[in-house]
Design a protein around this ligand. Structure first.
Ligand code: HEM
Length: 411
């Protein structure tokens, strides 16, 4: 496929609003072979129907050994530094039957029931973070709110002792700050996290509790327990698959509401009325409209595959552009409009198929509590900078702002 008609991708200006360029691709080159900023070449899939089919296609492997250019396999899940610390063997990098076994085991411990029971704790964490700045009249919503919430929440769920949670927050912060920058810092942070988790898991084996790590240790499949390395890799992926994503859900979600006053009023009325149905559909729509994951994690053709009329050769990487698929007019009416009450909203923001987001119930809970409490507590919240001053975090997979300065009447 020629690149003649294709807009400039992955530039600075593209990062602040990639949707028009993705729209052009969807129209003219819906399955498009391109060179990424890293120099690696890959197919971009931008139409909803193709994207959904590709996400469920077992001929597309998650294991980087299938990449023609990269027989050794690199960490490409969007989790920085994972390769350097031997935590690669996790759900996002493996295929059935290993994936089936590990996913079944973790699903026994990370149940919707466990997540639902966690709501009061998420509320408490959210209130504590809001207390930290509500009387000040201004704040950076990313650093003071969206960033600490998911890491404390998942640490609590996993059973990381309170006194260690700030260390994990700092190491995780190093990973995402340097995600596309100096490799040394990231590798060090990942190694520390890995060593910490291994030690914690070892300690827990001696005294199981009712936290998620203890649940993982207990979980067994026909009597077969997870190995120590598998538990470490699983905790690692739970920490990081849910970290930057949730930061972006709160950041992009708040920004979308601030930029769409009419829909923000709908959201605030639903909060006042306790309309949980609307609040739930609002969080889904915020994910569709400007979701945390711009591009799903890497896939590699195991054999020749046809997608949208293009022949994908064995070994070719395939990137499913969720942000493009979820604005496809062939699937969504007025896709560029934020409509919090949108019906039939089968977006792909959490993926689709066997790798569908394991943490979706937790993400939905955190999104609803965080955005709901924010706009209840600070009803006149407004941006403190012009839209063009916002800087978007680099990196291929995730989409979110680095900072989100806001102002409000102190409470
Ligand atoms: C998988 C999105 C939050 C854990 C995925 C995938 C997407 C996604 C798109 C599939 C990737 C692919 O197929 O390549 C999101 C979004 C979130 C979120 C938009 C919003 C906040 C979370 C949270 C957790 C989590 C809070 C856990 C604490 C996972 C795991 C997988 C996954 C473990 C891998 C599942 C598998 O491969 O079987 N997520 N995620 N996610 N997510 Fe999430």
């Amino acid at each position: 496929m020629s690149g003649d008609v294709v807009p400039e991708l992955f530039s600075w200006s593209f990062a602040s609003n990639p949707y028009p360029a993705y729209g052009q691709l969807r129209e003219s080159s819906p399955v498009y072979w391109t060179r990424l900023p890293s120099g690696v070449e890959a197919w971009l899939v931008t139409r909803y129907a193709d994207a959904r089919a590709a996400l469920a296609d077992q001929r597309l492997s998650k294991n980087p050994v299938h990449h023609a250019e990269d027989a050794e396999g690199r960490g490409k899940t969007g989790i920085p530094g994972e390769r350097s610390a031997n935590v690669m063997t996790h759900l996002l990098n493996i295929d059935p039957p290993d994936h089936t076994r590990l996913r079944r085991l973790v699903s026994k411990a990370f149940t919707p029931k466990r997540v639902a029971a966690f709501e009061p704790r998420v509320q408490e964490l959210t209130d504590r973070l809001l207390d930290g700045f509500a009387d000040r009249g201004s704040a950076d919503l990313i650093h003071e709110f969206a960033f600490p919430l998911p890491i404390y929440a998942i640490c609590d769920l996993l059973g990381v002792p309170q006194e260690d949670q700030d260390d994990l927050r700092d190491w995780a912060g190093m990973m995402i700050r340097h995600g596309s920058g100096p490799r040394g810092g990231v590798a060090r942070a990942v190694k520390r996290i890995r060593a910490y988790l291994a030690e914690l898991i070892h300690r827990k084996r001696g005294a199981l509790g009712d936290d998620l790590i203890s649940g993982l240790i207990r979980a067994s499949d026909h009597g077969e327990h997870l190995s120590e390395d598998e538990v470490v890799a699983m905790c690692f992926v739970l920490l990081f698959a849910g970290f930057e994503t949730t930061i972006n859900l709160v950041g992009n979600g708040a920004l979308a509401l601030l930029r769409n006053p009419e829909q923000r009023a709908v959201f605030q009325s639903a909060l006042e009325a306790g309309d949980t149905e609307l609040l739930d559909s609002a969080v889904e729509e915020l994910i569709r409209f400007d979701g945390p994951v711009e591009i799903a994690t890497w896939r590699y053709a195991r054999e020749a595959v046809e997608i949208g009329g293009e022949r994908i050769a064995p070994g070719d990487p395939v990137l499913v552009v969720l942000a493009a698929a979820d604005r496809d007019p062939a699937r969504f009416g007025e896709p560029d409009l934020l409509d919090l009450g949108r019906q039939d909203n089968q977006h792909l923001g959490y993926g689709h198929g066997i790798h569908y987001c394991l943490g979706a119930p937790l993400a939905r809970l955190e999104g609803r509590v965080a955005l709901g409490s924010l706009f209840t507590r600070l009803p006149d919240l407004r941006p403190a900078v012009e839209p063009e001053e916002l800087r978007w975090r680099g990196g291929l997979i995730m989409r979110g702002v680095r900072t989100l300065p806001v102002e409000f009447t102190p409470r």
